[in-house]
Design a protein around this ligand. Structure first.
Ligand SMILES: *[C@@H]1O[C@H](CO)[C@@H](O)[C@H](O)[C@H]1NC(C)=O
Length: 270
């Protein structure tokens, strides 16, 4: 039986939730800038950005994007390539690379003038062997080219689970932590030597869920809070090496179809 008071109340709650989430986010940004101002972060650097050199060469630094078969990862890979980056777009199996392979061909065909390239590559972020193999493969492809240093890794591979905590088997909670939290660490560790050498960046894809906690999102909120805390602390440990680490919140990216990333990620496993 619909209750008009409840409806109004829930509408107010929804609006208030949004306002609070944005306020919280603004606070995070403001505190970030204040900390940067007080304690100095990384100096702005140009070597992490693509450009055309005077003699017409393209400086096209390399970035790895995990989970690039769909959604946010796919959109990020295409977007970076169009910005002029050399992009390694990874997915756990050959079959899952088909969409990004198509985009890579289309990019090479029609968007070559933008300078970047897309290299689909297999990497199962849950397998240390597969990660190590991919690191080696990327090093081989880049071949120490000074115009294509590896300067970034986008930790994106993951999925979303919406489920009441009481009814969610512990194994399911552990499983989502494996991919959305532990694999982030494995990937960073594996690429750390190269990224340190090139004073690059790690970007961990976070979520509003890291600090805004609606019902049914408990496992996801827990792991995103873990990712957020880890990123903030690890970032400070890496700053002395000239390595930046940041956490990103995407709801919409240029090149993605509306909220493709978010909805596809959620639909896949539910
Ligand atoms: C090619 O460029 C267009 C226009 O900038 C862009 O919308 C499209 O996503 C690009 N496609 C690929 C595969 O890079």
């Amino acid at each position: 039986m619909p209750n008009p008071f409840l409806n109004v109340f829930s509408l107010i709650a929804v609006v208030l939730n949004r306002v609070l989430a944005y306020l919280d986010r603004a606070l995070h940004y403001a505190s970030g800038y204040i900390l940067y101002f007080l304690f100095k972060g990384l100096k702005p650097q140009t070597h992490t950005r693509p450009y055309k050199t005077r003699n017409g060469r393209c400086y096209s630094p390399a970035v790895v994007v995990t989970g690039a078969s769909e959604g946010i990862g796919f959109a990020t890979a295409v977007h970076l390539a169009n910005k002029g980056y050399t992009v390694f777009a990874t997915a756990p199996s050959d079959a899952e690379l088909s969409k990004i392979r198509q985009a890579a061909a289309e990019h090479a065909d029609r968007n070559r003038s933008k300078g970047g390239t897309i290299h689909p590559a297999i990497m199962d972020v849950l397998s240390p062997d597969s990660i190590a193999h991919c690191v080696g493969h990327i090093e081989d492809v880049l071949g120490g080219d000074p115009d294509r240093p590896l300067v970034g890794v986008v930790n994106n591979a993951g999925y979303c689970m919406i489920s009441p905590m009481e009814l969610t088997p512990e194994s399911d909670v552990r499983r989502i932590f494996e991919l959305d939290f532990w694999a982030y660490i494995s990937v960073i560790r594996a690429f750390l030597p190269a990224v340190k050498r090139n004073k690059g960046r790690f970007i961990n894809v976070g979520s509003y869920g890291g600090y805004f906690n609606p019902p049914l999102w408990a496992p996801y909120c827990a792991l995103k809070a873990a990712v957020e805390g880890m990123t903030r602390a690890w970032r400070l440990e890496l700053l002395p090496f000239g390595v930046g680490t940041s956490i990103s919140f995407f709801s919409r990216l240029p090149g993605s179809q509306g909220r493709e990333g978010v909805t596809l990620g959620c639909e896949k496993n539910n």
